[in-house]
Design a protein around this ligand. Structure first.
Ligand SMILES: C[S@@+](CC[C@H](N)C(=O)[O-])C[C@H]1O[C@@H](n2cnc3c(N)ncnc32)[C@H](O)[C@@H]1O
Length: 461
């Protein structure tokens, strides 16, 4: 089928942050797969909004507000939602025509993907997605690729193998490059070749340590296996699986703040080319501010300073209740963190990474957070518990959906379905579209579909 835009199959779509950015770069999503019913409803309702007439809006909005997850939403927030979506009903074109497949990826076959998306094997331009990151996250249990959820990357690999897109984009947390995982290598005594053990053999060896693995090159049976508990071992295993499919892979860590997001959020990206094409990572457009005394650094590097929370969230830096004092901070309410990690952040800097579990707890504390409360929230290495000291009153207000969306660079008219916790979870799980957009543009540049990568990057910011 002849298409005007390069085609995209999206896996582990969540609330669609990665896809929005890739669509902004120029891709067209043909199919999106996600298991979460709330995230799928988010995607579906945004599709409904694409073709909703202004006269139909009030009925649609009343229906949404009548949903159980929106019960109890106060009038101010419901009005905020109403006006931000209603004011931009025209010119919406998100995931237009994409098939939303609400399903466990393990039960999704390549033939279904091809049929539903009207594609043929080898025709799709890009498969993109970020399998759940809990097993790899530095905040998680560090179970690496051993856990069931950690193995979902296999389904991404399986579908790339069977659909054979021209490119793939695999996104994950930076922790993947840091977590230790046991790597197994086979050393062949006949052909003398050493290879990383394939994941399917690696799994078997976990169960049956004495199992013999034949040499992948010459098939000799007497190859020996050695183990190494290596930092970044999970990434090595995943890269090896993609390389086994014949894709030429590159990987890097990109920080969303370096591309104009008002948030420090580092993500690992792996890009693979089926046809061995060259790929160049996008260059940062923003950089850490070194203060006025060294302002010339920006001229030298041609970078703009990182964007701060205050400027990104509120018109002229004015909060809805007026100007904020210098004591005002971003505060993650009652979340206990190691004593060397902050729980408040200056508003003139980018926000910290909005974690899926912490987004709903992010607040503005307009007159700061008392020392006694900071002490309560930082106990790990000092062996304290929050309940050991009496509660402290902190004036604060939770960030709204709109404010969280802005920190993540989603379009302001993006509708989210679910309770407040579920909505914050979807936003916190997402790739900032601004970051996805520059990576998508870099893939298009490598495909020869845009002339100048720098042109697209400049437009993105
Ligand atoms: C890190 S989030 C992806 C965020 C998304 N890329 C974005 O930018 O908004 C991972 C998603 O994988 C989904 N997921 C987890 N297990 C899955 C499975 N077995 N099949 C399909 N999707 C799954 C989760 O519900 C979650 O939405």
């Amino acid at each position: 089928m002849k298409r005007h835009h390069p085609s995209l199959i999206s896996l582990f779509t969540g609330a669609g942050g990665l896809d929005l950015g890739l669509e902004q770069a120029g891709f067209q999503t043909l199919l999106a797969n996600e298991i979460g019913p709330h995230a799928c409803e988010t995607l579906r309702q945004n599709q409904v909004l694409n073709s909703l007439k202004p006269t139909e809006f009030d009925a649609w909005f009343a229906l949404q507000m009548g949903q159980r997850c929106y019960k109890g939403t106060n009038e101010v927030l419901s009005e905020e939602l109403r006006s931000r979506i209603r004011s931009s009903l025209v010119d919406r074109s998100y995931l237009r025509g994409a098939k939303i497949v609400e399903r466990d990826i393990r039960a999704l076959s390549a033939s279904e993907i091809l049929e539903l998306s009207g594609s043929r094997k080898g025709d799709v331009d890009l498969i993109a997605g970020g399998p759940p990151c809990q097993p790899f996250s530095r905040a998680g249990k560090r179970e690496a690729v051993k856990t069931d959820t950690g193995k979902l990357f296999k389904d991404f690999v399986r579908l790339v193998d069977e659909v054979r897109p021209r490119w793939f984009l695999f996104e994950n947390v930076k922790g993947l490059t840091l977590t230790k995982a046991p790597l197994a290598r086979i050393h062949c005594r006949v052909c003398r070749e050493t290879n990383l053990v394939k994941f399917e053999d690696w799994e078997l060896l976990q169960v049956e340590a004495e199992k013999s693995v034949p040499c992948y090159r010459c098939g000799a049976q007497n190859a020996s296996v050695s183990w190494e508990n290596k930092s970044g071992g999970s990434l090595d295993i995943i890269l090896q699986e993609f390389a086994n499919l014949g894709y030429k892979c590159v990987h890097t860590i990109l920080n969303a703040a370096d591309f104009g997001a008002p948030q420090l959020r580092e993500r690992l990206f792996i890009v693979g080319s089926r046809d061995g094409e060259l790929f160049e990572w996008p260059s940062p457009t923003h950089g850490k501010s070194h203060g006025p005394s060294q302002a010339t650094l920006f001229d030298l590097n041609d970078l703009q300073p990182w964007r701060g929370v205050r400027e990104a969230l509120w018109l002229n830096g004015h909060w809805k209740y007026g100007a904020l004092k210098k004591e005002a901070v971003l505060w993650v309410k009652n979340v206990v963190r190691p004593h060397d990690e902050p729980v408040t952040w200056h508003l003139d800097r980018p926000s910290p990474t909005i974690g899926a579990h912490q987004g709903a707890k992010l607040t503005i504390a307009p007159i700061g957070v008392p020392e006694a409360q900071l002490f309560r929230q930082q106990w790990h290495s000092l062996g304290r518990r929050q309940g050991d000291t009496p509660p402290v009153f902190v004036e604060h207000e939770y960030l709204t959906d709109l404010e969280l969306l802005k920190l993540q660079t989603f379009p302001e008219n993006w509708y989210l379905f679910g309770t407040r916790m579920e909505r914050a979870f979807q936003i916190g799980n997402a790739v900032p579209p601004i970051l996805a957009r520059v990576v998508g543009a870099a893939i298009l540049a490598a495909m020869g579909r845009v002339r100048e990568l720098s042109e697209v990057q400049t437009k993105a910011v």
